[in-house]
Ligand binder design. Structure first.
Ligand code: ADP
Ligand code: MG
Length: 609
């Protein structure tokens, strides 16, 4: 291991480094800095987030530029305003002993004239987001014709966000013989493409293993009739109670319409599109970051600026006109080491576009079914169970307890649980019990399309995302455990604390046998036949009852769906699926007219990474 001094940094920088408390160079710094200091070269450096890439390009750039000259010599492009400001701050700390140094941040959403004024004073280094940069070059507010160093920071993110054209345009104004340094956490195909296009035999540095972030996104599509598109969207959301998502629409109008409809139906949704003022957009983004908004309905252009990690689902309510845009959309999820799902709702006439997208992303889509009403009820029920389990007790209630106990004195714990669950569950049950099958017939015919037949069994299992499973790893786990072949376990749907999967019915006895007394890390794992067979709603009203009778384990540990008492409770069915208000678990959803402040009463728990 070397010291910063041994890497060749000068006194001014070393002094600043001491001030900042950096003791030893990180690996990417150790590998990158000597190369950049010793020669003029293009460079591609791949290292995970948080490994110190800013200093890896920042130190050499500051050492090499001439702070006595007022000419702009270095340009750093970064994907978001936040990063742009962060890099500028870091660079200012690194360069605090360099006399005459002027580093200017250029980004959207702030006064362009103010930024132009700063630059006019003579900025040796500009840190910029691509959109604003392109804008200012176009207005001749910035001259980058003499830059010697250009950094593309977080190149993968910039491309994900659709900045390819902007970057190309910006670089066309820069000199041919500059050095370009590209930094990225991952090396998807698009990044190697720009490396090829903009760089000459770059030195390549990799720290750690190349992180294959695109592997973290699984792609699914749902085939529906056009008129059922919105109902399908709602079911996808209801089937994922912890969803934290961006929903993409094609036009501003549709974006607004879908968001309004979702809000009316009781979801925490908002629209993000170009007709909103910058101020409004900032507010929406703030609520989204705070998770006051669970579903952000956005146009492609407006979504460019979204730099939120932890997005669990991207939903393509409509496919983009340019299928290339799909990559940018799906790249909003599966970030920072987490897995994500990109869902596409397609009609029959669009389904061929799926294969075209598969060619671009070089990954296969899984054709999935819109969840049936009963599956959603199960999901919501267990979500409720987990919410209750995780709720912190509010001791303000204590003083009322004697009286409350009095009212409920005649009931056993068992009965109380049933009643508590019925309060919430009956609404969902009534809403969804006659839900029709939203899946349009047809499609590509792959992925067990026929699993709806009576030869397939759907199971519930009480492990999920919380146990670090995603659908791929759970599928592998089950297959190995059950000794089945690759495609014998299918329709694997992982929720936060539980999951569903299917096998052919001939395996049912074996599966239940194996899980009859199965422990994972000391925990009892239970598997039961699900009420829902994998998304396909059957023929209406009688379904709840008849399905109930086929449960293999009547005395299931999971609360039962028997609705006795439920209908007496007087919870009215709340409108039809295509229009009216959806049933809600109290505390979870916020109505339009309520204040957007987070009440802190739970409901929006963050999915664990
Ligand atoms: P990256 O760009 O790779 O995600 P950053 O450059 O933002 O990482 O650095 C992450 C954090 O680590 C920053 O707070 C930075 O100040 C700090 N840091 C960078 N290099 C060192 C070092 N050699 N020693 C200690 N801290 C460092
Ligand atoms: Mg960085």
């Amino acid at each position: 291991m070397s010291t910063f001094k041994e890497l060749g940094l000068n006194e001014q920088l070393l002094q600043a480094i001491t001030d900042m408390g950096f003791e030893t160079p990180s690996e990417v710094q150790e590998k990158t800095i000597p190369i950049l200091l010793s020669k003029e070269t293009d460079l591609v450096s791949l290292a995970q987030t948080g490994t110190g890439k800013t200093a890896a390009f920042g130190f050499p750039m500051l050492q090499k530029i001439d702070a006595q000259s007022r000419t702009t010599q270095g340009l750093i492009l970064s994907p978001t305003r936040e990063l742009c400001l962060q890099i500028t701050n870091e660079m200012n700390s690194y360069g605090k002993y360099i006399k005459g140094l002027n580093i200017v941040a250029v980004y959207g959403g702030a006064s362009i004239t103010e930024q132009a004024k700063q630059i006019k004073k003579g900025a040796q280094v500009i840190v910029a987001t691509p959109g604003r940069m392109k804008d200012m070059i176009g207005r001749r507010m910035i001259d980058i014709s003499k830059i010697e160093y250009c950094v593309l920071d977080e190149a993968d993110e910039m491309l994900n966000m659709g900045f390819y054209e902007d970057i190309t345009e910006i670089l066309s104004h820069s000199p041919e013989d500059k050095s370009t340094w590209l930094f990225s956490a991952t090396m998807p195909k698009e990044v190697s493409t720009i490396a090829k296009k903009f760089m000459h035999t770059p030195v390549e540095i990799t720290v750690g293993s190349k992180n294959v972030s695109t592997e973290a996104v699984s792609h699914e599509y749902y085939l529906v009739n056009t008129r059922d598109r919105y109902a399908a969207l709602k079911r996808l959301c209801d089937a994922n109670p912890d969803i934290f998502s961006v929903i993409f629409c094609r036009t501003k109008r549709d974006t607004q319409k879908v968001a309004e409809q979702l809000i009316t139906d009781g979801y925490n949704a908002a629209a993000l599109h170009g007709d909103l003022s910058q101020n409004q957009r900032d507010l929406v983004m703030k609520s989204f970051r705070n998770r006051q908004i669970q579903m952000l309905v956005a146009t492609d252009v407006a979504a460019r600026g979204i730099d939120v990690d932890d997005i669990t689902h991207v939903i393509n309510y409509q496919l983009p006109d340019e299928i290339e845009t799909y990559t940018h959309r799906s790249g909003r999820t599966g970030r920072a080491g987490k897995s994500g799902v990109s869902m596409v709702i397609v009609s029959k006439s669009e389904v061929r576009k799926i294969s075209a997208i598969e060619k671009i992303i070089q990954k296969k889509f899984e054709k999935k079914d819109i969840p049936g009403g009963m599956e959603i009820c199960e999901v919501q029920l267990f979500h409720l169970a987990n919410s209750i389990k995780n709720t912190k007790i509010n001791h303000e209630i204590d003083m009322y307890l004697p009286n409350i106990n009095e009212v409920l004195i005649d009931f056993s714990k068992e009965e109380l649980i049933k009643k508590v669950f019925s309060v919430e569950f009956t609404r969902f049950y009534n809403y969804y019990k006659n839900a029709k099958d939203l899946n349009a017939p047809g499609g590509s015919g792959r992925d067990h399309d026929d699993s709806d037949s009576k030869d397939s069994t759907r199971y519930f299992i009480n492990i999920g995302g919380k146990d670090d499973f995603d659908w791929m790893t759970l599928k592998d786990f089950l297959r190995d455990l059950l000794g089945l072949e690759k495609d014998d376990v299918y329709k694997v749907d992982v929720k936060d604390s539980f999951s569903f999967f299917n096998t052919d019915t001939k395996h049912e006895e074996m599966v239940l046998g194996i899980f009859n007394d199965f422990k994972l890390d000391g925990r009892n794992i239970s598997v039961e036949v699900s009420k829902d067979r994998g998304g396909r709603g059957r023929s209406g009203g009688g379904r709840g009852r008849s399905d109930r009778s086929r449960s293999t384990r009547g005395d299931s540990k999971r609360g039962s769906f028997k609705s006795e008492g439920g209908s007496k409770g007087g919870f009215k069915k709340r409108g039809s699926e295509s229009g009216g208000d959806r049933p809600k678990f109290s505390g979870k959803s916020r109505r339009k007219n309520e204040k957007p402040q987070n009440t802190g009463t739970g409901g929006r728990r963050r999915r664990k990474g």
